[in-house]
Design a protein around this ligand. Structure first.
Ligand code: C2E
Ligand code: CA
Ligand code: CA
Ligand code: CA
Length: 275
């Protein structure tokens, strides 16, 4: 029995039971996935508009499930976050990403997504220090992407962690900018290196009247705060042209490349001029 929304107990309906079972199975599978090496990182490059060169890649996790095939992070990261498994998974991501980035031309960087539970665990900074040391990747080539969720319960410790990363020389990006409620106040509390403009605003560019207004405003904000601005989810050359006009510094999206396995990156790199 479970407490429902009105505060009274009721028994699970059959479909609810099935969903709980599926979730429990997913949880069990996920607990074994690390040891079985079922996770994989794909990389999506970011292009600097002014130079036309690739400046780095974002690491995006995939799960090669034995029966389900390639599982999207959207289908397992939230559960991993909920049950705390995101901490060991996130550690693996940081280490693997640093090792992979060491094989890319300097100064290309790698960006890893760090979710709220991982950010709050006291291991994050130590994990990053050890991943950098273990791989030999200089800190300036590592970037940490956090969303507003990380800053939602902003406190001294959150800010301290951000500053410790900064002192190491690791860069910090604000991901999915503009989708939360108080993005602006977050920019005031911590000097991010980069703002990633959410894909939804890029979509609006060509589909809504005044669709460029938000992008123009964020690009201007970034410029005056000394932060680079990346437009996410750029799929067409029309979008890229508009984004350039509005003043964003970088783009990421299917137009440049879909996320690809590490072994396919060399080919992607070869299609662009080197920095
Ligand atoms: P995100 O950090 O906002 O990552 C961008 C997502 O947009 C990726 O989805 C990427 O494949 C997708 N994307 C990129 N360009 C385009 C485009 O031009 N069009 C469209 N339609 N989509 C595009 P993905 O890989 O499915 O990842 C989804 C989310 O899962 C990520 O959103 C991130 O929040 C989370 N995630 C992925 N990898 C990790 C990880 O290693 N750790 C954590 N904590 N979260 C991760
Ligand atoms: Ca991201
Ligand atoms: Ca994003
Ligand atoms: Ca997102």
């Amino acid at each position: 029995a479970k407490l429902d929304g009105r505060g009274t107990y009721r028994f699970f309906e059959p479909e609810m039971d099935a969903r709980m079972q599926a979730r429990r199975k997913l949880e069990l599978d996920m607990r074994q996935a690390l040891a079985r090496r079922e996770f994989q990182l794909h990389y999506q490059p970011q292009l600097q508009l002014a130079s036309g060169t690739l400046i780095g890649c974002e690491a995006l996790i995939r799960w090669r499930h034995p029966d389900r095939g390639l599982v999207s992070p959207l289908d397992f990261i939230p559960l991993a976050e909920e049950i705390g498994l995101i901490v060991p998974i996130g550690e693996w991501v940081v280490r693997q990403a640093c090792r992979d980035a060491m094989t890319w031309p300097d100064p290309m960087s790698v960006a890893v997504n760090v979710s709220p539970a991982q950010f709050k665990s006291d291991r994050l900074v130590e994990t990053i220090i050890s991943a950098l040391a273990g791989s030999g990747l200089p800190a300036r080539r590592l970037e940490v992407e956090i969303t507003e969720g990380v800053l939602l319960q902003e406190n001294d410790r959150t800010l301290q962690t951000l500053h410790r990363l900064r002192e190491l020389g690791v860069r910090v990006s604000m991901d999915d900018f503009g989708t939360g409620y108080s993005s602006l106040s977050y920019l005031r509390s911590f000097p991010f290196d980069k703002i990633k403009i959410d894909r939804s605003f890029v979509k609006d560019l060509t589909s809504k009247p005044d669709g460029e207004a938000i992008i123009r405003a964020i690009a201007g904000l970034g410029k005056s705060l000394g932060m680079t601005t990346v437009a996410e989810g750029v799929e067409t050359s029309e979008q890229m042209q508009r984004i350039r006009l509005e003043g964003c510094t970088d783009v990421q999206g299917y137009l440049i490349s879909k996320p690809v396995p590490a072994e396919d990156l060399r080919q992607v790199f070869a299609a662009f001029p080197q920095a």
